[in-house]
Design a protein. Structure first.
Ligand code: SIN
Length: 488
């Protein structure tokens, strides 16, 4: 990673990318009186505003996507791949500024934001390479004579609704897969972080994505979400966000029977067995838990450590967490930035208070700082019930103890969620046994960082369905069309 440029320079670069607009059918709709204000979580400063689009304006974006679909679907996969490759090159050229924009609107430290831009770009490159490899199957008919040709075709216009915690990566993971398949996209980025999505869309158009194929709409969730989910022209919804909102959107999609991918909430367990490498387990916990300040759906939400290694693990973990540097996103030594807003802070406070009331002991941290900054916190003991059902989404590691492998698996699975899980053990047989027994879409073994373009990302149970990234990530954007050829 390059040395960090001076903060003032980065902030100016980030601000230069801000477009106070929405993008509808290739046209920038400037902000008017009815607007959403976007503030920096670091200092509350107003960064800019985006329009609250009317239902008719959202419909225009949807209609443009439907109109652009046939030609985009017919465009050769190789050509779509080349456009994606140009988009990736433009993102690389602008990575410092895009990272600065993410730091401004999301608050994550600039170096981590740069990591996010590269993570986001890895999806564009991944799907650029896949666009000319979308093959089908030739199947022999049961009569032994006819031939069934199964083609994979794009599902149609896609609505993408994305969260604030990864203002770039959650967009490219959906949009690049859609473009690879030949689907246009109408994107609704989170209202807290719309500018990164708008900047990415500007680069996509510059790279050659046709005008109607990428609109970015902003506004009231009920208006924008309502039009996107209610439209017959939108054939698929890809959503990343909370389980509660996912359920509501799924119900809204039901009348038009849209395809859906739902990447929803998690309550990730992290298990540390007596036979784990202590250093690997502690580093993995810190890397996984404090990514984005604890604000990801895959951050370990509850740690279970086996009795024999508990004291050593807690001592090492507490020392490591106490040494984390909290500060301004643009300060070069910052490891943890602010939480997204006051609601995020009160949730962490609430989880700490409830755990302490249940007998937990704060080993480090535990307090809010100025604004929406919060001390990285470790708590040992108390009741894990809360953490099995509610995501903290902040810099808190609650640690509980277990005795046997069976108990660890039972406690890990005692949750309605099943997105990510982590386990640390140097016994390969145990690691595979436990990894397979955990009810979770993705499992990290001896690693706290498992998100990358090659990993089929997604959950089970109330964490949703569908997979993103990887060779599986294209499937949700394709449907099978079968032609039977009767041979004489
Ligand atoms: C999320 O928090 O929704 C996704 C995190 C990731 O891609 O690792």
């Amino acid at each position: 990673m390059s040395d960090q440029p001076p903060a003032d320079h980065l902030k100016a670069q980030g601000r230069a990318l801000i477009r106070e607009a929405a993008l509808v059918a290739g046209k920038w709709i400037p902000v008017g009186d009815d607007a959403i204000s976007v503030h920096s979580p670091a200092d509350g400063a107003l960064l800019g505003r985006v329009p609250k689009l009317s239902a008719a304006q959202v419909d225009q974006a949807i209609e443009a996507a439907a109109a652009a679909f046939p030609a985009w679907a017919r465009t050769k996969g190789k050509a779509r791949g080349e456009i994606l490759a140009r988009w990736a090159a433009l993102v690389t050229q602008n990575e410092d500024s895009l990272a600065a924009l993410i730091s401004l609107e999301n608050g994550k430290p600039w170096k981590e934001a740069l990591g996010e831009v590269r993570y986001a770009n890895s999806f564009i490159s991944w799907f650029a390479g896949m666009a000319e490899r979308l093959d089908g199957k030739a199947i022999e008919s049961p009569n032994g004579e006819d031939l069934i040709l199964a083609f994979r075709e794009p599902v149609g216009p896609v609505a993408a609704i994305t969260p604030w915690n990864f203002p770039a990566a959650m967009i490219t993971r959906k949009a690049a897969a859609a473009f690879c398949a030949g689907c246009p996209v109408v994107l609704k980025p989170a209202s807290a972080t719309p500018f990164t999505g708008l900047a990415l869309a500007a680069l996509a158009l510059e790279a050659g994505v046709p005008a109607g194929c990428f609109s970015v709409v902003s506004g009231e969730q009920d208006v924008v979400g309502g039009r996107l989910t209610g439209s017959e022209l939108i054939r698929k919804l890809s959503f990343t966000g909370s389980t509660a909102v996912g359920r509501k959107l799924a119900a809204q999609c039901a009348p038009t029977l849209k395809r859906m991918s739902m990447e929803l909430g998690g309550a990730a367990p992290l298990l540390v067995f007596d036979d784990a490498d202590l250093e690997v387990a502690v580093s993995g916990t810190v890397a996984g838990k404090f990514r984005a300040g604890g604000q990801t759906c895959v951050c370990p939400n509850r740690v279970y450590v086996q009795a024999g290694i508990k004291d050593a693990y807690l001592e090492a973990l507490t020392a490591r967490v106490a040494a984390l540097t909290v500060g301004d996103p643009f300060a070069p030594d910052t490891e943890i930035g602010p939480l997204i807003d006051e609601k995020g802070v009160t949730k962490v406070e609430d989880h700490i208070a409830r755990t302490v009331a249940a007998g937990g002991k704060v080993l480090t941290g535990g307090q809010r700082m100025t604004g929406s900054y919060f001390q990285p916190t470790v708590i040992a003991g108390g009741d894990d019930e809360l953490f099995r059902h509610e995501e903290t989404f902040g810099p808190l590691v609650p640690v509980f103890t277990f005795d046997t492998e069976e108990e660890a698996i039972a406690r890990a699975n005692a949750s309605e969620f099943g997105l990510a899980a982590f386990l640390f053990s140097d016994d390969l047989n145990r690691a595979m046994r436990v990894g397979r027994a955990i009810e979770s879409g993705i499992v990290g073994i001896n690693s706290g960082l498992i998100s990358n373009a090659a990993n089929p990302f997604g959950g089970v149970k109330q964490s949703g369905f569908g997979r993103e990234g990887s060779t599986y990530g294209i499937d949700d954007y394709l449907q099978v069309k079968a032609l039977t050829l009767a041979l004489r």
